[in-house]
Ligand binder design. Structure first.
Ligand code: NAP
Length: 509
């Protein structure tokens, strides 16, 4: 959510032109479905602390490098998701220094979680890839898709060929619940399910039990809401999206009538954000219910929590009996066991109490345990970063330990995005995160930690990586997918196998 202070806004409209997802409207042009956002914006500025702009006002608009560096600065970026792209954009737009970037991506497709994590019905969010695509066409930037660092090119080779290596590898793993039955068939990490419906080639063969009448999602972050919405929404929402064809069919034929989204704390502490909650409530074909006891006993600590509760209360009055699919937002429940013999048949949930520990509302399970019958449990308790060769790794947080993006190592290695700060925030959060890392990188160029030497003679990547796909190959695949979707008025029909991706991308015709 971007807030705009009505007292400071001069209504020049520049932000509307600049917004990559077309999400900014003057209040008098807000569509009815978005009216609540005006209220959210106004309430945000009722807190005087939110009018402290010094940090923003003092930030430079264009980065300039004013020190001596005669060589062309060669930077390798590993990963092609939002943090990788924002970092590349920041590097290339810096004035006063020549920069060349090579970006490496394991898959034949770029954009990481924008392609494989963002919900397929949230096409507005994906518009940001237009901006990233223009980056790929810059003459001082090369894309090496289908290239895995550690397999096709070693970490040592990268450190020889580049002045700096920046890892933006995200958080491809998932957190564990650590309870009995977690690995029973029918219990899956939510991240696997998201990758499956988004057509990720590593997950396209996965199988999920959609013959069950009820699914339980553990955790109530935005990922949980995405899944609950896509499992229950009117079929037209999936059909008009870029969800993988097999997932559209499987979910369309599923028996799921009820999805329980289970939060361990109360409604005021729900991890989902208000815009996502509002989006869920305005989705065709779904009823959202919340226990009135949960709502009455909720004690919001801030305006954000209070607003979420108000929206949930309003939802109670908006039930439509013609909707035959239901999402239940359940609170104050922790799974203690996933039960079943060969397949999940249920989940045992302990009722929790809430208390404040070190200023944070914390859930504690009681002895009161209830069995919820279900054949599908999706564990949506967060992503987790993966350790990178030769770099230190913080096992508890799943990140590379770093100082403002500078990895804790003697080499000029940097991190950005979820591998740097953990799996939080929205796409735009990565812009500031990447900017902080690029600041650190330029500080190291200025201080001489990054040595001013010409490395261009070490560039033999084209012969070293004959199977890599470049920007032109990706464009071919991109056009193919868009064209395939056009007849059905879909944004694209995704290719979901690596073999087919390579075939399409390499087809000279
Ligand atoms: P998340 O927001 O961190 O939510 C994780 C959920 O898991 C929370 O409800 C958390 O509860 C719960 N949880 C963690 N450990 C648990 C345990 N042991 N037992 C029971 N529950 C547990 O993670 P996410 O939904 O994966 O989202 C990741 C990030 O991507 C977030 O920043 C999210 O906003 C962002 N995202 C944004 C969008 C969007 O803007 N449209 C869409 C998808 C994702 P507690 O709150 O009690 O810790």
């Amino acid at each position: 959510m971007l807030y705009i202070d009505p007292a400071a806004c001069i209504e020049c409209g520049a932000c509307m032109d600049a917004c990559p997802v077309g999400a900014i409207f003057p209040s008098y042009e807000l569509p009815d479905s978005l009216m609540e956002y005006e209220e959210m914006n106004a309430r945000y500025y009722s807190d005087p602390e939110h009018r402290d702009y010094e940090q923003v006002a003092n930030a430079p608009v264009v980065r300039e490098f004013n020190e001596e560096f005669t060589a062309t600065l060669r930077v390798a970026i590993v990963g092609s998701g939002p943090s990788a792209c924002y970092a590349a954009e920041d590097l290339l737009s810096t004035k006063g220094i020549d920069v060349n970037i090579d970006m490496f991506e394991r898959l034949p497709t770029p954009f990481g979680l924008v392609r494989y994590g963002v919900a397929p019905d949230h096409q507005d969010t994906k518009i940001v890839t237009d901006r990233f695509s223009s980056l790929f066409r810059r003459k001082n930037m090369r894309l090496f898709l289908n290239t895995e660092v550690g397999r096709d090119i070693s970490y040592e080779q990268l450190s020889e060929k580049y002045h700096a290596v920046l890892y933006a590898t995200g958080a491809p793993g998932n957190r564990r619940l650590g309870i009995p039955g977690e690995d029973l068939p029918g219990s899956h990490a939510a991240t696997d399910f998201v990758s499956w419906y988004n057509g990720h080639p590593d997950f396209s063969e996965h199988d999920f039990n959609l013959s069950t009448g009820r699914a339980v999602i553990v955790g109530n972050g935005n990922v949980a809401l995405d899944i609950a919405r896509l499992l229950t929404a009117d079929p037209s929402i999936r059909e008009g999206s870029d969800m993988a064809d097999y997932a559209i069919d499987a979910i369309g034929n599923s028996n799921i009538k009820e999805v329980i989204v289970l939060g361990r704390r109360g409604p005021a502490e729900a991890a989902f954000t208000s815009p996502e909650l509002l989006g869920l409530l305005s989705t065709a074909g779904i009823n959202v219910t919340v226990s009135s006891d949960d709502l009455e006993n909720a004690r919001p600590h801030d305006d954000t929590g209070a607003f979420k509760i108000e929206v949930m209360q309003r939802a109670q009055t908006q039930q439509d009996s013609s909707n035959n699919r239901n999402i239940v937002l359940r609170f104050l429940g922790s799974p203690v066991e996933i039960v079943g013999e060969e397949l999940v048949t249920g989940v045992r949930v302990a009722q929790n109490t809430l208390s404040e520990v070190d200023g944070i509302m914390t859930a504690t399970p009681t002895d009161k345990v209830e069995l919820i019958e279900t054949g599908l449990v999706l564990r949506s308790v967060g992503h987790r970063g993966k350790a990178l060769d030769d770099l230190p790794f913080d096992e508890s947080r799943g990140v590379v330990p770093n100082q403002e993006g500078r990895a804790n190592t003697a080499l000029p290695v940097y991190v950005a995005g979820w591998i740097k700060r953990g799996p939080t925030g929205v796409i735009g959060t990565n812009r500031q995160c990447a900017a902080e890392t690029i600041n650190a990188l330029f500080e190291d160029v200025a201080s001489g930690r990054i040595v001013d030497e010409d490395l261009s003679h070490r560039d033999n990547l084209i012969s070293l990586l004959p199977d890599a796909l470049d920007e032109k190959a990706w464009k071919k695949l991109d056009r193919h997918e868009r064209k395939a979707g056009r007849a059905d008025r879909k944004p694209r029909r995704k290719v979901t196998s690596i073999a087919e991706m390579l075939e399409v991308a390499r087809d000279a015709s």
